[in-house]
Write a protein that binds this ligand. Structure first.
Ligand SMILES: [Zn+2]
Length: 102
């Protein structure tokens, strides 16, 4: 991803490759909202923060980065954990990569 957090084409391809591998030959399930199958990976990750009892909104603490896979027809969005899908490495900090591959 670049300094603004935009995923590169290589990042998006990595997500697609990992999803394809995990689907084990099956096609992607159609959209739950409209029934089409026109998915794309969004340009940015979302970051879901954890809930801590007794605390309001926590900013800057532990979180779960999410890859957005969006239906190109209706906009319904599936969120995938960026670590579980293999885009991020839990043992390495997230850094910008300005290799120009986006
Ligand atoms: Zn849809």
């Amino acid at each position: 991803m670049d300094k603004q957090g935009k995923l590169s084409l290589a990042d998006k391809n990595k997500v697609i490759e990992n999803l394809t591998k995990r689907q084990q030959g099956r096609t992607a399930a159609p959209c739950e909202m409209c029934g089409t199958n026109q998915w794309f990976v969004a340009d940015h990750l979302l970051n879901a923060t954890i809930v801590v009892p007794g605390m309001g909104l926590t900013v800057g603490g532990p979180s779960y980065p999410q890859v957005q896979v969006i239906c190109g027809n209706c906009g319904h969005t599936r969120l995938l954990n960026a670590y579980a899908i293999g885009l991020l490495d839990p043992d390495k900090p997230v850094t910008a990569d300005d290799s120009g591959t986006s």
